[in-house]
Design a protein around this ligand. Structure first.
Ligand code: CA
Length: 291
């Protein structure tokens, strides 16, 4: 029976330097050569994923923006569920009023306010003066990872996005201020029209309630005629829980959050130990493709 393997990117397929190792690339290629379907399932934008894969020679399905979009291996949009536009505008207006760093994933760009990076720099300085022993490098790395995405387009405010032809797939809010982060999560966590997830320590993300990695995996499995029992999902953070729970086999990374390990069927090695390759090799062995 054909398998569908869903792989998260950050903290899963990517190592701590945000690279895909040769071991992982070879394992994906071997899986595809043995007839397994591979889908990348990430909170990132689909065009950012294409950029990451451009020199690997690998093409896969892509679930992006935490399940709000699905693109086929040729890069064509197969499915999307954007936020209701009025709702998105209302959320962005609130984030802007409250002084959050935010990013908006749309069709061809990640929109972010021109002053957004200053906001994070100020938050970092404040945190540093309040806790002189703080590991500033960790904060800097988190910020650099945000800025390292492909496809940024700077706006003066959310009002630049009012045009109805601009879809909003995902809104990410980022803050080093624990209280601020909590306030945002509290505000949106019980909204029935939204999915709230977190892919990293300092962020929360909002999508349409019908958008999640789990729902997208289900949709793609149906399209490909693969039963959910033959699906595998590998991830490390809370935004992976929906697909790890939905998949026939849910695999947590060795570096995954405890909550993720708890709901997974198996735990593989860490992202710096090519945990994805390790998991795929086991699947190939079970399929009798490798000794
Ligand atoms: Ca992740």
């Amino acid at each position: 029976m054909k398998k569908l393997i869903a792989l998260d990117l950050d903290g899963t397929l990517l190592n701590r330097n945000s690279e895909i190792s040769g071991e992982n690339i070879r394992a994906i290629r071997d899986a595809q050569n043995h007839g397994m379907e591979v889908v990348i399932a990430t909170g990132r934008a689909h065009f950012d994923v294409r950029e990451i894969f451009k020199d690997t020679g690998i093409r896969t399905w892509v679930i992006a923006a935490n399940g709000a979009t699905i693109h086929d291996p040729e890069g064509k949009l197969f499915f999307s569920v954007p936020l209701d536009k009025d709702r998105a505008v209302e959320i962005l207006a609130w984030l802007e009023r409250e002084g959050y760093y935010y990013e908006v994933i749309s069709d061809a760009a990640i929109f972010t306010p021109q002053n957004a990076r200053e906001i994070l720099a100020v938050e970092m300085d404040r945190l540093k003066s309040a806790n002189p022993e703080l590991d500033v490098e960790e904060l800097k790395e988190s910020a650099e990872k945000q800025y390292g995405q492909f496809g940024f387009s700077f706006i003066s405010s959310y009002q630049d996005l009012l045009d109805p032809s601009i879809p909003v797939y995902n809104i990410l809010a980022f803050s080093f201020d624990e209280e601020k982060l909590k306030k945002g999560k509290e505000k949106f966590k019980d909204c029935r029209d939204l999915t709230l997830v977190s892919s990293a320590k300092y962020n929360f993300e909002l999508e349409h309630v019908e958008a999640s990695k789990g729902k997208a995996l289900h949709r793609l499995a149906t399209e490909l005629g693969i039963p959910m029992s033959e699906t595998v999902a590998v991830g490390d953070s809370l935004n992976d829980c929906s697909m790890i729970a939905a998949a026939g086999t849910g695999i947590a990374m060795g570096n995954a959050a405890e909550e993720v390990k708890k709901i997974a069927d198996e735990v593989t090695l860490t992202n710096d130990e090519h945990g994805v390759a390790h998991a795929i090799r086991r699947l190939l062995q079970e399929a009798g493709a490798e000794k």
